[in-house]
Ligand binder design. Structure first.
Ligand SMILES: [Zn+2]
Length: 247
């Protein structure tokens, strides 16, 4: 394969632009904000279940408390009714009066027990509400972290998009200068060799694999026609001669 020295140098320009596009893509994927987002999202997911459990506990206790309040209210109403009856003077039979007094006393005990239960439920409800409040505060903290990381990601990505657009524009101006057969070889080598298909020869060193060429290879390159497309003996990449090749 052969290509004018100027065309071969143009291939190095293409390689530089392709490497920049690869870097932009790599930065995009390895953004620290992405790791933060993944971590905070998994924490939020775990928190979601705990918040649902805490909310369920609060609503269950609210129901238990409402029932306890209504139980107390019923006993209190019954007791008030009995006491009104006692005070009304309408009950005159000693036996009935005694039975009524016994009922009032029994209702007072019952009310005391129920009020104790009610108080206990109120305390548990207060604790459950505090636990729920702590969890929702934790969620708010994570949500803020998530928003900040997403904003950071979006800014970096927008910057990457602008860079990519610019580099792609440059690449489009270089591409017509590269003959099809050279481009095909370059693309194949690029795919096989970690994104680098063409490398400059500088100071007797292949910039693709960083190996210094042997005197035999240097001699061979010196003798080669200027438009010959050379390959590095070590890494097989296209080796482009430059004014700094040290030949
Ligand atoms: Zn090499």
């Amino acid at each position: 394969m052969s290509a004018e020295p100027a065309v071969q140098l143009r291939l190095l320009d293409l390689q530089a632009l392709d490497s920049r596009l690869d870097q932009i893509e790599h930065r995009r994927r390895s953004l620290p904000a992405l790791a933060t987002i993944a971590e905070v999202e998994s924490r939020l997911a775990a928190l979601r279940d705990r918040i649902i459990a805490a909310e369920t506990e609060v609503s269950d206790l609210e129901r238990v408390l409402a029932k306890a309040e209504s139980d107390v209210e019923q006993v209190r109403a019954r007791s008030t009714k009995d006491q009104d009856l006692l005070l009304s003077g309408r009950v005159t039979s000693a036996k009935e009066l005694e039975s009524l007094q016994q009922e009032v006393a029994s209702l007072a005990r019952r009310q005391g027990d129920l009020e104790e239960d009610e108080l206990e439920v109120m305390e548990r409800l207060e604790e459950a509400r505090a636990a729920l409040g702590a969890l929702t505060a934790e969620r708010a903290g994570f949500t803020a972290q998530l928003d900040a990381a997403a904003a950071e990601r979006d800014t970096a990505w927008a910057e990457g998009d602008r860079d990519r657009e610019w580099v792609s524009g440059e690449r489009a101006t270089v591409l017509p200068d590269i003959p099809a057969d050279l481009l095909t070889l370059y693309e194949k080598l690029r795919a096989d060799h970690n994104g680098v298909g063409a490398a400059a020869l500088r100071q007797r060193r292949c910039e693709g694999c960083r190996m210094e060429l042997t005197p035999t290879d240097i001699g061979r390159i010196r003798d080669a026609a200027p438009d010959a497309v050379l390959r590095c003996e070590e890494c097989r990449r296209i080796l482009v001669r430059t004014p700094e090749s040290g030949l």
